[in-house]
Design a protein around this ligand. Structure first.
Ligand code: GDP
Length: 392
């Protein structure tokens, strides 16, 4: 499906930048337009792919291009004040050619954390197409203020979008990595997972049309109903042989012993689906109780078969208890078969409960510290016997 992506704040802008790169590499055609919004000029300048004209600096009157620190209340305020500037940039893109908006933001910071929900609310008032959010949770080691920001932004963002797709940095942190190097890999993981999912609805004429290609309306229907979503993913390589054919452990329907090959493909697909659903999700959660799901099988079409997808879909129905599990193909020329599973409307998410707990503790601590420092300052400034008078 075709998306208008808006990266809000530093993380949001960088991730949309990576989506443009992914689009170029894989020819998936999902980013119809890309915009970056930030209150920090330097962050906008650091982007590589997003066109200069689509970079919007907000809050200049208040923060003079220096960002809002990690103050997401200020982030929300300046987004509201300067929403017309963001709208001006959106006015330049062909929104009639777009299936949905995707607002991307790190929820732990200031600009994106506060601004993304404000933009979602604004877009929903104006447009009839869906407005989705892709929210990134901070790592638990980032500290109390980031956790508090994320918990408050999460509550607000989820209410304002048609669906909030969540990616948890904490589950993807690798030890020994520099923060920047780590983010590069994490961002690659983000675009791979969400790229396959949204790319599935964007199969163009020159790609082989498989038996049951996923349509963008199936993605929209899976996301409709709102709530929080997570994505599972697993892939297996297939090799290109000298003759240009494909050879792999993942048996293709290449005209050999048809029954055996088909059975093998079916089994392979089924285990790939299980790996995707039971492995690492973008937001860790219990999959039982998921309201809706979409299974996308991507790969060279000779490696995809309807029976495999059907079996995978059935298994997902049993595991999630959902009556609304969709599934289909995404034929593409990459030398791998991949299963991407969108679990929409997940509610059993201990990670969010923990985040809220830590956020409440941080909030209490901040209040205590503030009260205490006011007291301490008072004690320092006032003389003991109150004999001195201030000037005015
Ligand atoms: P903002 O510019 O004020 O919106 O704040 P940032 O986007 O810089 O940071 C918000 C949060 O996003 C941080 O706390 C990190 O958890 C996360 N973050 C920052 N940069 C990246 C990135 O490149 N990738 C990912 N996945 N997360 C990031």
């Amino acid at each position: 499906m075709k998306l208008a992506m808006i990266g809000f704040g530093q993380a949001g802008g960088k991730i949309v930048d990576r989506f443009l790169d992914y689009d170029d590499r894989t020819n998936s055609g999902i980013v119809r337009a890309a915009i970056a919004v930030n209150s920090a000029k330097a962050d906008l300048m650091g982007l590589e792919r997003i066109p200069q004209d689509n970079r919007v600096l907000i809050g200049q009157a208040r923060v003079k291009g220096h960002g809002v620190g990690a103050d997401n209340e200020l982030g929300a305020e300046i987004a509201e004040e300067d929403i017309d500037e963001v709208q001006n940039a959106i006015d330049q893109i062909p929104t009639h050619e777009v299936d949905a908006f995707l607002i991307v933001a790190g929820m732990g910071g200031g600009t994106g954390s506060g601004g993304a929900p404000v933009l979602a609310k604004h877009l929903k008032r104006i447009y009839t197409i869906p407005v989705y959010g892709l929210g990134v949770l901070p790592g638990t080691d980032e500290g109390g203020i980031y956790t508090l920001n994320a918990a408050r932004s999460f509550q607000t963002f989820v209410r304002e979008v048609d669906n909030l797709l969540v990616f948890d940095n904490d589950s993807w942190r690798q030890t020994g990595e520099s923060v920047e190097g780590g983010y590069e890999q994490i961002n690659e993981e983000i675009v791979r997972r969400f790229g396959i999912l949204f790319g599935a609805g964007e199969v163009t004429g020159d790609q082989e049309v498989a038996e049951s290609v996923v349509d963008s309306s199936e993605i929209i229907n899976t996301l409709s109903g709102g709530g929080v979503s997570t994505v599972g993913y697993a892939s297996e390589g297939v090799e290109l042989t000298n003759g240009g054919g494909l050879l792999s452990r993942f048996t293709a329907d290449d005209g050999g012993d048809d029954d055996l090959d088909a059975a093998n493909t079916t089994n392979r697909i089924t285990s790939l689906v299980r790996k995707a659903a039971l492995g690492r999700l973008t937001l860790p959660c219990e999959i039982e109780g998921t309201e809706r799901a979409l299974l996308v099988l991507a790969g060279p079409s000779e490696y995809l078969n309807r029976k495999g997808i059907e079996r995978g879909r059935k298994w997902l129905e049993e595991e999630t208890g959902s009556m609304e599990v969709r599934g289909g193909d995404y034929p593409r020329g990459e030398p791998e078969v991949a299963a991407a599973i969108l679990l929409s409307g997940v509610t059993n998410v201990p990670r969010i409960k923990r985040l809220q707990q830590v956020a409440i503790e941080a909030q209490d601590n901040i209040e205590d510290i503030q009260a205490e420092s006011e007291e301490n300052l008072e004690e320092l400034v006032e003389d003991d016997e109150d004999e001195l008078e201030p000037l005015f």
